[in-house]
Structures are given as structure tokens and as C-alpha cells.
Design a protein around this ligand. Structure first.
Ligand SMILES: *Cc1c(COP(=O)(O)O)cnc(C)c1O
Length: 407
């Protein structure tokens, strides 16, 4: 019953010889006959021809199709492509980015353990730590994303089992010294998980920098078309892969084959899309920098950004999401700025084709206050539109702000 067409020996996967653009476009093992794309296999029941093959089906749990819950050929094909992109051993696909995060943590934590979490993580991740992990008897503390290796080492406790972070930080875009943090964690025997949704493996490959598990909300750039929810966990080694695959299955989390197909399709153009997202972001930022009502832009690819030194050392590029700190008085007249926007839309999520602009706020419970200029923080996603149209939209919005503020 072994699927010999799709899943190669997993060991090959952590030595991707090809470049990211090639891996994204064609995957690690493009077929040379038959359909070039994996088919959408919808299945619960998987049939076996003999009682013996049926009774031993669980031998194939990690790399074969044995029951719909654990993935069909469509799921494994996507997992292999993601693993190749990440330079990892193998990936597990979950029903959302949030499921990837929470199940990734649950796989390695038990009562009495301590989790060290970056203070700048995604809001839902923080709520999971506070409202689910803590009541289970798992202690959580938050470290300053700007801390150096020495301060990071001091944040560890004897029972620190897991380190979880995101770089750049959600809303505030701090860049973490990932290689330093990963090395400290490894020396202390703690597993490291990184939410790499912002950069995607095109711009940053966590596993190459010493991280054990790279997590993505594939809902964002990997899908790229704002029509799918999906998450990925990519493990650096077989032991972690099997453990996470077990955990995700035991919790009954399952990614649908249609979603897997769509994300796989999105990945084909990931490299070219990110190039355009970055170019548009830079075009918008260059223009925004000249607006008197703007105090700061939060985007690590800017030479005057506090995260620039580490970003330029570790990252190969930047994506299309950034923060803008407007003068505080803009808050009271925000409706005049946002509501009549034409190209920019308002809505949660990002990473799709469309440009988005929304008010933002770092969680008030942050322990290490972000070093933002005081002001009104908004978040911009530069989509794939022509930058001239986006700039015209912003130009009109700043005109409206000036009228509302009687400037
Ligand atoms: C959106 C997002 C998530 C959650 O992903 P979903 O697929 O929406 O569940 C996690 N982390 C980051 C950084 C995100 O932007």
C-alpha cells in the first residue's frame, strides 16, 4: 500500500540542493510523467487488499496514507514541498496557523514545565499561553525580544522546556537574534519553536539558524489568495517530526485536501509574489517617510530601523507587512482616514494579493513595553496592486487627515 509516487525517503528532504525559487515553483520532486500537480484526494476510508496489510497499516503512519485524518496524498505532497522550502526534515499540516502554534506547544509541554515566550508574539498565541497553558499548570514568562544573548540566558529556569518566538514581532516588528537564542536554548535542552509567518522561507529559514520547529500560518503568504485557512509545522529532525505528527493526530486536527491543494498551488508563485510585496512595501514606505504626520515606520528592512543590523545579517528579504506610527492626534479623526479608502481594504489577516490597512495595538499586557514613538499605530499590508494606485489612495487619505485636523 506504500505510495511510491509522492513521498520519497524522508531523509533526502533536509538536503535541498535547489534554490528556493525552484523549490517553490516545482517542489522537491517534480514528476516527469503524468499530471504535474498532485490530485485532490478526498478520503476518510483507505482500503487494503489483504488482512495482513490492513493489520500492519500503522507502520505507515508517518509517511503513508492510512486514514483520512492523518492526511491523504494531497496532504503529504504539500508537507514535502513545505519541508523542502524550509530546509527541514518533514512538515505536518494543520487546519489553521493557530492550530499549528497551539499543537506545537502542547506537543512539548506538561504540568510543571516552564515556557519562555517572546513578548512580541501574535495576540492569539499570548491568549493561549495565558488562558490555556497556565490553567494546565504550565508556567509562562515573556522575554524582551530585543534582549542580548546574556539576558536571554538569564531568562531560563531549570524547568524551561520550550522557547517560543516570532520575528519580526507581531504589530511591533522587533527582530530577535534567533541564532543566539536558539544556541542558548539548545545548550539548556529546551525545544525552540518559531512563528515564521512574516518572512516565509523565502526570506528566512529558521531551521538553518538553529531553530527546531518552524511554524507558519499558511493562511497568509503560502496560500497568498485570501481564501484558505491552513497551518504548517516543519521539524528539523525525524524524532520531532514523529512526535508532532503523533500529537496532531491524537488531538484530531486535520487539514482538508482542498485547502492543501490550494496552498500548494499558492506556493508555486510564493517567490515572485514576495518580491512584489517587498517592492510595493518599499515604495509605500519611501512615500510615507515624507509625510509630516508620520512619526515612524516599523519595518526591519529600513537602515534606520533598530532591527536592521540583525535583519540584514540573517534575512534574505522582507515581506509586505509593516507598521506606521502616526501622530497621536490622528487617532480621533481616524474614520476620515480609513473609511473612504479605495484600494486599501480593512480586514484581519494579510499575506494575500490585496492591500490592507487597519489600526493596530500591541497587547496592553506586554511586560517589556515596545520602544515605539508615542502615537497612533496602524498596520499596512502592501498587496500586489500597482504602487501608483496605492500611493494615490494614501495621498487622498492624508489630504483628508489634514482637513480633519485643520492643518
Ligand atoms: C494570522 C497569524 C497566525 C494565525 O494563523 P491562522 O491561520 O489565522 O490561524 C499566527 N501567527 C501570525 C504571525 C499570524 O499573522
Amino acid at each position: 500500500m506504500k505510495r511510491n509516487n509522492v513521498h520519497p525517503s524522508a531523509g533526502e528532504l533536509h538536503r535541498p540542493a535547489r534554490r528556493i525559487a525552484t523549490l517553490a515553483a516545482t517542489g522537491p520532486h517534480p514528476p516527469s510523467s503524468g499530471p504535474i500537480n498532485p490530485s485532490v484526494e478526498r478520503a476518510s476510508t483507505i482500503l487494503y487488499p489483504t488482512v495482513e496489510s490492513y493489520m500492519t497499516r500503522h507502520d505507515g503512519f508517518y509517511d503513508d496514507v492510512i486514514y483520512g485524518l492523518y492526511g491523504t496524498g494531497t496532504t503529504f505532497a504539500l508537507a514535502e514541498s513545505v519541508a523542502a522550502l524550509e530546509g527541514g526534515y518533514m512538515s505536518v499540516i494543520t487546519s489553521s496557523g493557530s492550530a499549528a502554534i497551539t499543537l506545537g506547544m502542547m506537543a512539548f509541554l506538561k504540568a510543571g514545565d516552564h515556557a519562555l515566550v517572546a513578548d512580541c508574539v501574535y495576540g492569539s498565541t499570548r491568549r493561549f499561553c495565558e488562558l490555556t497553558l497556565r490553567p494546565l499548570g504550565i508556567d509562562v514568562s515573556y522575554f524582551d525580544p530585543l534582549a542580548d544573548a546574556k539576558a536571554l540566558a538569564a531568562a531560563f529556569r531549570p524547568n524551561t522546556r520550550l522557547v517560543y518566538f516570532e520575528s519580526p514581532g507581531s504589530q511591533t516588528f522587533e527582530v530577535i537574534d534567533v541564532p543566539a537564542l536558539a544556541a542558548v536554548a539548545r545548550a539548556r535542552g529546551a525545544v525552540t519553536l518559531m512563528d515564521n509567518t512574516w518572512a516565509t522561507p523565502v526570506c528566512f529559514r529558521p531551521i538553518e539558524h538553529g531553530v527546531d520547529i518552524s511554524i507558519a500560518s499558511a493562511t497568509k503568504y503560502l496560500s497568498g489568495h485570501s481564501d484558505v485557512m491552513l497551518g504548517t509545522l516543519t521539524m528539523a529532525n525525524a524524532e520531532h517530526y514523529e512526535h508532532v505528527k503523533d500529537t496532531v493526530g491524537r488531538w484530531g486536527n486535520c487539514a482538508g485536501p482542498d485547502e492543501c491543494y490550494l496552498v500548494h498551488r499558492g506556493i508555486r508563485t510564493l517567490d515572485v509574489r514576495l518580491e512584489r510585496h517587498q517592492r510595493n512595501a518599499l515604495a509605500l514606505i519611501e512615500w510615507l517617510h515624507r509625510q509630516p504626520l508620520i512619526k515612524r515606520v516599523l519595518y526591519p528592512a529600513l537602515p534606520d530601523d533598530p532591527g536592521f543590523a540583525i535583519w540584514s545579517r540573517d534575512f534574505k528579504g522582507a515581506s509586505g507587512l509593516f507598521g506606521v506610527v502616526l501622530a497621536e492626534e490622528c487617532r480621533a479623526v481616524a474614520a476620515s482616514f480609513f473609511d473612504p479608502m479605495e484600494c486599501f481594504k480593512m480586514g484581519s489577516s494579510w499575506g494575500g494579493f490585496e492591500s490592507l490597512i487597519v489600526p493596530a495595538w500591541p497587547p496592553p499586557e506586554r511586560v517589556h513595553r515596545p520602544t515605539l514613538a508615542d502615537g497612533y499605530l496602524i498596520r499596512v499590508h502592501a498587496g500586489l496592486e500597482a504602487p501608483e494606485d496605492l500611493l494615490a489612495d494614501l495621498d487622498a487619505a492624508f489630504d483628508r487627515l489634514r482637513v480633519a485636523l485643520k492643518r
